[in-house]
Design a protein around this ligand. Structure first.
Ligand code: FES
Length: 180
C-alpha cells in the first residue's frame, strides 16, 4: 500500500502507526461483539436431551388394578431466553406394575399424536393412524404404523408415595429412540 505523500519519510512511520492503531482498535471492538453473540447463542447450544427426575403424582393416585392413568407432567420450562415455572411440558401414562410403577410417554412414536386408552381391550390405541399397543406399550398389531413401542420412561417411587419420572420426548418416525 502506497502511503499518501504527506506520510512519506518520517511521517510515513506516523502513517503506519495510525494504520496499526486502527487495526488494533477494530480487533478490540470485535472481542466484546463476539462475546455478546456467543452469550446470546449460548442457551441454544445448551439445550439438549439433559433431563432430571420430576415429581408427577402420588402413588396412591395410580389405580391399584393395573389400569394406566394419564398424568400431566409439570416442570420449569427453560428455553433460550426465559423460564416459565411449573409449566405443563407433557404427559405420561402411569401404571402399577409387578416391580413398582411403569411410565410411558403419551406421544405416539409414529407421528406424534397423543395415544389414548383403547376402548375395546386393555392397552393403548392411537387415534391418528390406528397404531395399537399393549399395556406395556409394545406394538401389538403388525398393521400398526408405529416404528417402535411407546417410549418407556425411567420412574422411581420416593418417600413411599412420591412418583418421580425422568420425563423426556423422543423423535417420532424412527425405529430407534432418540431423545430430543
Ligand atoms: S401418530 Fe399414532 S399412529 Fe400415526
Amino acid at each position: 500500500m502506497e502511503a499518501p505523500e504527506e506520510y512519506q519519510g518520517e511521517p510515513r512511520r506516523t502513517f503506519l502507526a495510525a494504520i496499526g492503531a486502527l487495526a488494533t482498535g477494530a480487533a478490540a471492538a470485535l472481542v466484546p461483539v463476539a462475546a455478546g453473540v456467543a452469550a446470546l447463542v449460548d442457551p441454544l447450544r445448551k439445550r439438549g436431551p439433559e433431563t432430571s427426575m420430576v415429581l408427577v403424582t402420588k402413588l396412591s393416585a395410580i389405580p391399584d388394578d393395573g389400569t394406566p392413568k394419564k398424568f400431566t407432567v409439570r416442570q420449569d420450562r427453560v428455553d433460550a431466553w426465559s423460564t416459565e415455572a411449573d409449566a405443563p411440558v407433557g404427559a405420561v401414562y402411569l401404571r402399577r406394575a409387578d416391580d413398582g410403577v411403569a411410565a410411558l410417554n403419551v406421544v405416539c412414536p409414529h407421528a406424534g399424536c397423543f395415544v389414548g386408552l383403547a376402548d375395546d381391550r386393555a392397552g393403548f390405541a392411537c387415534p391418528c393412524h390406528r397404531s395399537s399397543f399393549d399395556l406395556d406399550g409394545a406394538v401389538d398389531d403388525p398393521a400398526s404404523p408405529s416404528p417402535r413401542d411407546m417410549d418407556a420412561l425411567e420412574v422411581e417411587v420416593r418417600n413411599d408415595d412420591e412418583v418421580w419420572v425422568r420425563f423426556q420426548n423422543f423423535l417420532p418416525g424412527r425405529h430407534d429412540k432418540t431423545a430430543v
